[in-house]
Write a protein that binds this ligand. Structure first.
Ligand code: SAM
Length: 288
């Protein structure tokens, strides 16, 4: 393909710990890979993606590269790019509903999502929701069941996740948003009004679904088994057919467990796909 940063999806074949039934449902996302079709240089989306990563390289070789002061780190440019073809498909196919990220941290990806929404639905009434405690992770201790608790506690110790990790205040997110967000006219928006964006502050257990009624794009990035499960249980029913659900945390065992158990509970059989080219596995599927 010859495009910088475009390499085939490997994540679907790299996972050896999953059971056979699930492995059969894993696919690369060859249809949805913005990096393989480079956007016109410095389109509005391109400007926003470059703004949220700050001084970091667009296509880093590892997750340690990044700008500590930017709105987004950890291979952010690729993780944001994979949303572009999804957004295009949503608007081309007339899928109704808002965009929502559950797990915002400093707001980089949510800001890109808000711009994609503005570009796809110029002057429309759809909302880009930013759902987060804006106070970091909740209490990481769970008591869901022995099998889950073991996985969660082991992983939380290894990753050193504790209450308050990934803490970024609403004011910080607002500052990043004001600097980087651009609407369909290439214009920034003021914090507070937030253009098309709205904050949904609070722990997911208390805040979701709140005023959200209908979704077309749901990005799940709460890290913890409990956070991912709550997000899915509360918001999956609001995701319209043709909408996309995207998971940032597939590399974590507790996230895979939450996703797999949710799919079993809800009878979701749509294959899990993976974005091409991202450093970590970005799982997604389109609601049927
Ligand atoms: C890894 S960060 C998200 C990173 C961000 N999406 C990005 O790509 O830069 C995880 C976020 O989830 C939030 N979070 C996790 N569990 C939560 C819960 N139960 N309720 C509210 N926020 C939660 C944390 O506050 C944190 O901001």
């Amino acid at each position: 393909m010859g495009v910088e940063g475009c390499k085939p999806c490997v994540h679907a074949t790299q996972l050896d710990s999953m059971d056979d039934a699930l492995l059969k449902t894993l696919r690369c996302g060859e249809d949805f890979h913005a990096l393989c079709t480079p956007p016109p240089e410095m389109s509005i989306t391109e400007q926003v993606k470059r703004c949220v990563i700050g001084n970091a390289p667009r296509l880093p070789l590892n997750n340690l590269d990044g700008d500590m002061h930017a709105a987004c780190r950890w291979d952010c440019y690729r993780r944001a790019s994979m949303l572009e073809p999804m957004s295009r498909a949503i608007f081309q196919d007339g899928v109704q509903g808002d965009f929502l990220e559950a797990g915002v941290f400093k707001g980089g990806i949510s800001t890109v999502m808000a711009t994609l929404l503005a570009l796809g639905d110029p002057g429309g009434a759809r909302v880009a929701w930013f759902a987060d405690s804006f106070d970091g992770l909740p209490n990481v201790q769970t008591a869901v069941g022995a099998d889950v608790d073991d996985v969660v506690n082991r992983e939380n110790r290894r990753t050193r996740w504790i209450r308050g990790r990934f803490n970024a205040s609403l004011a910080t997110v607002g500052r990043h948003f004001e600097r980087c967000y651009r609407d369909e006219h290439g214009k920034p928006a003021r914090f507070g009004g937030w253009g098309r964006a709205r904050a949904l502050p609070g722990f997911f257990e208390d805040s979701l679904p709140g005023p959200v009624r209908s979704l077309a794009l749901l990005r799940v990035d709460g890290d913890l088994y409990s956070s991912i499960t709550t997000t899915l249980e509360r918001l999956w029913p609001l995701l319209n057919v043709g909408g996309f659900v995207v998971f940032d945390d597939w590399k974590f065992e507790q996230a895979r467990l939450a996703i797999v158990q949710f799919r079993k509970r809800w009878g979701v059989e749509t294959p899990v796909r993976f974005a091409n080219g991202t450093l970590d596995a970005m799982a997604w599927w389109r609601k049927e």
